[in-house]
Ligand binder design. Structure first.
Ligand SMILES: NC(=O)c1ccc[n+]([C@@H]2O[C@H](COP(=O)([O-])OP(=O)(O)OC[C@H]3O[C@@H](n4cnc5c(N)ncnc54)[C@H](OP(=O)(O)O)[C@@H]3O)[C@@H](O)[C@H]2O)c1
Length: 265
């Protein structure tokens, strides 16, 4: 018996990286899962890797299509009759300087990471209110707490999620609705390969820092623990990245100097 036994957990971005590893980790703890992303085939492969594939349903969706997510929410609720936890994990990163980034690319990153995530959450919120409980988990980033080169709109989208979900947490405290903001540092996934360059094409290259990042299965175990413990905000990252958050908070000018010297890929 684990804290996730028979919990019904909906994970976006479940076809790859952190979402895929989290799906496997939670299925090992006997959770019932709904897996979402754009790619049905990849999700079907993740389902097969889960401990109880019969307890895993797939709902394909595109977060960029954020005005049409209500039917996806209805489909996800219908899968098992209710949802206990929504893990808003799907997203896309960026590898381009401000001066080289088309405004359409800035918009796309905001649409997927911010508007897609909040549209899905807002569509599910009445279900949580009706059930008198619910838990939104959001994968933001260390870059949701600091700004670094090559990540302008990505950092903006992740900062925006903190603002939105901190407000939601306050508004719905009495409805027994919780929010956990998970801020990863570098995790060894396809995130840098899929990251958008200034003209909107994926970088298609693994960054060294990402390749040397935390293994997704280890990350997933720490993330599952944070969810179970109902943490409000957690940094799952290397020592340097975590230090950055605290230096920025307490010594913002020193942080600006440090980040200028840092070569961030
Ligand atoms: N890895 C890191 O170092 C790191 C650091 C900080 C934060 N993060 C965050 O962690 C989360 C997961 O990323 P990852 O590292 O696991 O990268 P990943 O391997 O590239 O996975 C990204 C996931 O998001 C989904 N996704 C992308 N665009 C989507 C869209 N328009 N609609 C629906 N789903 C979409 C992808 O699925 P499909 O392609 O099948 O749609 C995939 O499942 C992201 O929010 C990312 O920003 C990662």
């Amino acid at each position: 018996m684990s804290g996730f036994s028979d919990k019904i957990i909906w994970i976006t971005g479940a076809s790859s990286g952190i979402g895929k590893a989290l799906a496997i980790a939670l299925s090992n703890q006997n959770a019932k899962l709904i897996l979402s992303s754009r790619k049905n085939q990849e999700l079907a492969l993740v389902k097969k890797l889960c401990k109880n594939p019969n307890d895993v349903k797939i709902v394909t969706l595109d977060l960029e299509d954020y005005t049409n997510l209500q039917p996806k929410v209805d489909q996800a609720i219908a899968a098992f009759g209710k949802i206990d936890i929504l893990v808003n994990n799907g997203g896309v990163s960026q590898r381009s300087f401000v001066k080289d980034t088309l405004i359409s690319v800035d918009k796309r990153i905001m649409d997927i990471n911010y508007l897609g995530t909040i549209a899905l959450s807002k569509a599910l919120l009445p279900h949580f209110i009706k059930n008198e409980k619910g838990h939104f988990v959001v994968t933001t980033s260390i870059v949701g707490k600091i700004g670094t080169p090559l990540r302008s709109s990505y950092a903006a989208s992740k900062h925006a999620l903190h603002g939105f979900f901190d407000s939601l947490r306050t508004e719905h405290y009495l409805d027994n609705i919780m929010v956990t903001l998970v801020c990863p540092g570098f995790v060894n996934t396809n995130v840098s390969k899929n990251a958008l360059t200034g003209n909107g094409t994926p970088q298609q290259k693994m960054d060294t820092a990402t390749a040397n990042g935390i293994a997704p299965d280890r990350f997933a175990k720490l993330m599952a623990k944070a969810i179970l413990n109902k943490k409000e905000e957690v940094y799952i990252a290397g020592a340097k990245e975590k230090l950055g958050v605290y230096v920025k908070r307490f010594y913002p000018k020193l942080f600006s100097k440090m980040i200028r010297k840092l070569s961030v890929t």
